[in-house]
Design a protein around this ligand. Structure first.
Ligand code: FE2
Length: 381
């Protein structure tokens, strides 16, 4: 596995790029959250994030134990699922973790092969390949466990022509707020416990054939109080990027520790979604009530000395609190929401890449100081 590592640059090693990809992934198929009230969460993601109503499953479609709302915006699909009764696994998940990401579904050409290749390499199965069918065709699903209680579902759509998946009906709504320009999932970050990062890096390398894109350590990412370590894993075609964080020793409690405490274990920390125009996207989201982290105004005094020339005017960026960073290949603009549910766990990142392939390392210090101010107000620092 070490041969696939390259800690000093964003480039992947040639051996990795030449190796046969035993788990070809076409992209993220959908992200499923288990939430306490899917109907109201769906309203939030439509209103505040500009997602569109797509599909529904529940009592009306013959499902007795749960309800799922499917929303989409460009290539992003969110599934929001709530239980209809008590005591089941979805209830337990919500009781333990609060609202959070349960399934990161990956779009594949062969869900059976994806399952056998990964389970042969040590993945724990959630369920074996199964075919689900309706009048619009068939979909093959299989699933394996990843960190915490999170799972990867392999979705083989073949020639399925239905709205989302067998068992779902179109969700028609008269309430359709405009999209805000979110295009696709850029990366999804997992928080794992103390000393667990390398174990999960190895899982993605060995079991899923990913390689490490870049590594930074606690010297890069620490403020007076908070610290973390992070490694970014990517699949063969680069469409899937999963940074893995673990807490590092700091003077006070790391934000990763706070997450692990409130989530009761490892889980998805943030979903980063791409836009072509971050000023328009963030303006729309703010107007619709989304709360973002705020860096101090002083951040903008010397940011251009750090990142060099950019195409955008600095004024709207500084007004919205948008962060800027640069690597060898270009720059990026990014901004992070505050946690989207009650517990200080899951949040979103809005990112616009202008050539940069990295993740905003240069912003971590300013950002973590902003997070610490939030932690302080929650008394969890
Ligand atoms: Fe990120």
């Amino acid at each position: 596995m070490e041969t696939t590592y390259d800690n000093s640059s964003l480039k992947l090693k040639k051996e990795f790029l030449d190796a046969e990809d035993f788990l070809p992934l076409n992209g993220t198929d959908y992200v499923e959250l288990y939430v306490g009230n899917a109907k109201q969460a769906a309203h939030f993601y439509k209103t505040a994030f500009g997602f569109q109503s797509l599909a529904y499953a529940g009592l009306e479609t013959g499902i007795k134990d749960r309800v799922s709302y499917v929303l989409e915006q460009e290539k992003i699909r969110l599934v929001l699922t709530s239980p209809l009764g008590d005591g089941g696994p979805i209830n337990e998940h919500i009781n333990k973790h609060g609202d959070g990401v349960k399934n990161v579904a990956l779009w594949v050409d062969d869900a059976s092969k994806s399952w056998s290749e990964t389970t042969q390499r040590g993945a724990e199965s959630v369920y074996e390949p199964k075919i689900i069918e309706d009048k619009d065709g068939k979909v093959v699903l299989s699933a394996i466990k990843t960190y915490g209680e999170t799972a990867h579902i392999f979705v083989e759509r073949g020639d399925y022509n239905g709205i989302f998946m067998p068992g779902f009906m179109p969700w028609k709504s008269e309430y359709n707020p405009a999209p805000v320009g979110l295009k696709f999932i850029d990366h999804m970050v997992g928080n794992v416990g103390w000393n667990e990062m390398n174990q999960w890096v190895e899982f993605y390398a060995k079991v899923m054939g990913f390689a490490q894109l870049i590594s930074f350590d606690d010297k890069d990412i620490s403020t007076d109080y908070t610290a973390l370590m992070s490694k970014v894993m990517t699949n063969g075609n680069g469409r899937i990027k999963f940074p893995i964080n673990e807490p590092a020793e700091g003077k006070k409690k790391s934000q990763i520790e706070e997450y692990i405490e409130f989530y009761n274990g490892a889980g998805v920390q943030h979903v980063a979604v791409a836009t072509d125009n971050i000023v328009e996207t963030v303006t729309a989201m703010k107007n619709r009530g989304v709360e973002f982290l705020k860096v101090p105004a002083s951040y903008y005094e010397d940011v251009l000395d750090r990142v060099g020339e950019i195409d955008e005017d600095l004024a709207p960026l500084s007004e919205l609190g948008i962060l800027i960073d640069r690597d060898d290949e270009g720059y990026l603009l990014q901004l992070f929401t505050k946690p989207v549910a009650d517990r200080p766990t899951l949040f979103f990142e809005i990112i616009q890449r202008k050539g940069a392939k990295s993740f905003g390392k240069g912003n971590f210090k300013a950002l973590f100081e902003a997070i610490e101010r939030e932690q302080e107000s929650r008394g969890t620092l």
